[in-house]
Design a protein around this ligand. Structure first.
Ligand SMILES: Cc1cc2nc3c(=O)[nH]c(=O)nc-3n(C[C@H](O)[C@H](O)[C@H](O)COP(=O)(O)O)c2cc1C
Length: 194
């Protein structure tokens, strides 16, 4: 995937939300990211990661399942990745980790991929431990996670309104600034790789 440093050509970003529930804070945070992204990022939410089967090498050996092929093609067509996850037992959700595991296999589109991370939680740590685990996995795959400062949305119930719009102005600024930095980061990583 080419990413030009011509700012008039947006960086294509595939975005994954790590929760399948309808009223998820992580999906709401991803919607806010779509809203707050700079013009230089074209972010697409790849929703069907719940359709990916649990990783099983027997399935892979028998022929990569079509939902996996579609997912990897979408990733390969993107210049960057945005992961928005809840925190389950101090790590990423199984659905998100499963997607990462499938994407890491074979000719992985994750190699050299710039990645931005955001987490949310009703708790006070905002998913910070999940981000550490994601960073470890991503570095093992050869993806390039953007360094801190991180977007961790703690006490999520107080940041989103009843319609799950990100209402907290400080958090909206944090997300917007993060994405503006991610555009520069993604272009620099891709330019270095080229
Ligand atoms: C199995 C499970 C484990 C959880 N572990 C954590 C945790 O380690 N840290 C945390 O902040 N919240 C934890 N939670 C609470 C989730 O952050 C909360 O349910 C959150 O709303 C889920 O994300 P979502 O709103 O994006 O669906 C856990 C929830 C579940 C169901």
């Amino acid at each position: 995937m080419d990413v030009t440093d011509d700012a008039s050509v947006p960086v294509k970003v595939l975005a994954l939300a790590g929760s399948l529930r309808a009223k998820a804070y992580s999906s709401a945070l991803l919607r806010a990211a779509l809203d707050l992204a700079p013009k230089g990022l074209a972010i697409t939410h790849y929703a069907p990661i719940g359709d990916l089967p649990f990783f099983n090498q027997d399935l892979e050996d028998a022929g990569v399942p079509p939902p996996v092929t579609a997912f990897k093609a979408a990733l390969a067509g993107a210049g960057a990745l945005l992961l928005v996850s809840p925190e389950y037992n101090s790590g990423p959700s199984a659905v998100l980790k499963n997607a990462i595991d499938w994407a890491s296999r074979g000719k992985s589109p994750l190699k050299g991929m710039p990645v931005a991370l955001m987490t949310s939680s009703p708790g006070v740590l905002g998913g910070a431990r999940c981000q550490q685990q994601l960073r470890l996995s991503l570095s093992g795959i050869g993806a390039v996670a953007m360094p801190a400062p991180d977007v961790v949305v703690a006490q999520a119930a107080s940041r989103f309104d009843a319609g799950l719009r990100l209402a907290d102005e400080a958090t909206r600024t944090l997300v917007g600034d993060h994405l503006a930095r991610f555009e520069r980061f993604a272009r620099a990583i891709r330019a270095g790789a080229g």
